[in-house]
Structures are given as C-alpha cells and as structure tokens.
Design a protein. Structure first.
Length: 129
C-alpha cells in the first residue's frame, strides 16, 4: 500500500480507500490532514482491491453500504442484476468494477466508515483521543 506523505512511522495509521479523482476522497484526505491524523491512501483503481478486503468490510458493516448506487457505473448494471443484488453478487461486482465502491472507505483496526461525513469523522477522532 503506498504511504501518504502525512503518515508517520511508529504510529498506527488509518487507511483511506478510494480513487484519487474522487471529490469525497479528497475531502476526507484534506479533513485528516487538517486534523493531523496520519493515514495511508489506497487507490482502488491503481492499487487494486481483493475479495479479502471486501469481505472484511462486509463482515464489519452491512454490505449494502459498500455499494455506490449513485454512481454512473451502477446505472450501467442491467436492471435484472440490480434487482437481484445480494452480498456475494455485490462484492463480485465491486471487485470487477471498483467504481461501484462507495468512497471513501476509512479503515482502522477499531473503526470503519464509508463515505465522507465530517460529523462521522469527528466522532471517530473523539474515539481515538
């Protein structure tokens, strides 16, 4: 995983999974930098995704939260497939088309967040303190 310039050796870091061109991912990174929180950034297009990551996340939160139903990619999924979506199909689809992943995914040993929310990130930082 490529290390972000904000990451500090010796401290447990967060990992932000997303796409460099994604506005929500950039907002999340800016928020973490502004609050001096070390993190690594993992670009799901460039650095890839694997089924173990997706299953780990889906074991911690409802799999439906991982699926970006607002994306252009989702709109290209045939209606029959969208209507019949389940956990296994969703994870396979995200693996095949990483832009189906709701971004960013913020992962920490004790915490996971999907999508950027300043309120949720602030609550998370309070838990770390």
């Amino acid at each position: 995983m490529p290390a972000d310039v904000n990451a500090r050796p010796g401290k447990e870091t967060l990992t932000v999974f997303g796409i460099r061109s994604c506005d929500s991912c950039r907002k999340a990174q800016r928020y973490l930098k502004d609050h001096d929180i070390p993190f690594d950034f993992h670009d799901v297009r460039e650095d890839g995704l694997n089924i173990q990551m997706l299953e780990r996340w889906a074991d911690r939160i409802d799999w439906t939260r991982l699926l970006n139903r607002q994306s252009l990619t989702w709109r290209k999924v045939p209606e029959a497939d969208r209507a019949d979506m389940n956990r296994d199909k969703a994870l396979a689809a995200i693996l095949d088309q990483p832009t189906l992943l709701k971004r960013p995914v913020l992962e920490h040993r004790d915490y996971i967040a999907v999508g950027f929310s300043e309120k949720r990130f602030t609550e998370f930082l309070e838990k770390l303190a």
